[in-house]
Design a protein around this ligand. Structure first.
Ligand code: C5P
Length: 224
């Protein structure tokens, strides 16, 4: 039997990725964190496509598209991203990448470049994909769609703890400002903005734990 396609969208630091990871294991699916695609392109641009003022030169980046080979390795239900053979898992979590990724993600050329790649990974089903525009745009026919939200205070705390856990030095104020800025750019961009699909289930998890959020999501998914 064909396994389902699940779209998991929402604001930054609502737990989309970690929740999707657990659901993928429970339901024997693979998980693709689509933020990692935009982050990998940002990482590449910061490394290879800066102009003389140290700003990202988009035209240089677009000219390099044919050099970008994105591949995945499945590891414990995760589609781990490799860019030109290089494992991106850790590198794309740097603050520098956080600060530039929404600028990169709002460029129509970049969204177009990544669209088919995302759709192709879902053609055979059996996937949970998290992002900002999955249910509304990338996979409008997904079998199940969820949209996660939480208060900015709670999201800031979660993200700060996560960065601390990764040994990245920062403070809560900076983390909160980055989240607000990214959400604003993501919601206001012209192409494929952060949106709740009309048929998505909205879950505000400000006051509920990750485990409760997962139980709620699983209760909405029929046995298949
Ligand atoms: O999910 P994560 O926070 O890692 O995503 C990083 C950034 O990538 C987001 O802030 C957003 O700008 C962009 N993104 C997007 N569309 C997606 C996934 C991520 O625009 N489907």
């Amino acid at each position: 039997m064909r396994k389902p396609v699940i779209a998991m969208d929402g604001y930054s630091s609502t737990g989309k990725s970690s929740i999707s990871k657990i659901i993928a294991k429970k339901l024997d699916l693979v998980h693709l964190d689509t933020g990692s695609l935009y982050r990998a392109i940002t990482y590449y641009a910061l490394k290879n496509c800066l102009d003389n003022d140290g700003k990202i030169d988009l035209n240089k980046l677009y000219a390099d598209f044919h050099l970008l080979k994105i591949t995945f390795k499945i590891q414990e239900h995760e589609l781990k991203l490799y860019l030109n053979g290089e494992n991106m898992s850790q590198k794309i979590r740097q603050l520098k990448v956080n600060n530039h990724v929404s600028f990169i993600a709002k460029q129509p050329e970049i969204r177009e470049f990544l669209l088919n790649l995302q759709r192709n990974t879902a053609v055979n089903g059996g996937i949970i994909m998290d992002g900002r525009d999955i249910g509304a745009f990338v996979l409008p026919d997904a079998d199940y769609k969820f949209f996660l939200t939480a208060s900015i205070e709670e999201r800031t705390k979660r993200r700060f703890r996560e960065l601390q856990g990764m040994g990245i030095e920062t403070d809560e104020k900076t983390v909160g400002e980055n989240l607000i800025k990214r959400d604003k750019i993501d919601s206001e961009r012209e192409v494929s903005p952060l949106r709740q699909a009309k048929d998505a289930v909205l879950i505000d998890n400000t006051l509920i734990s990750k485990e409760e959020t997962i139980d709620l999501i699983l209760s909405k998914i029929r046995k298949f």
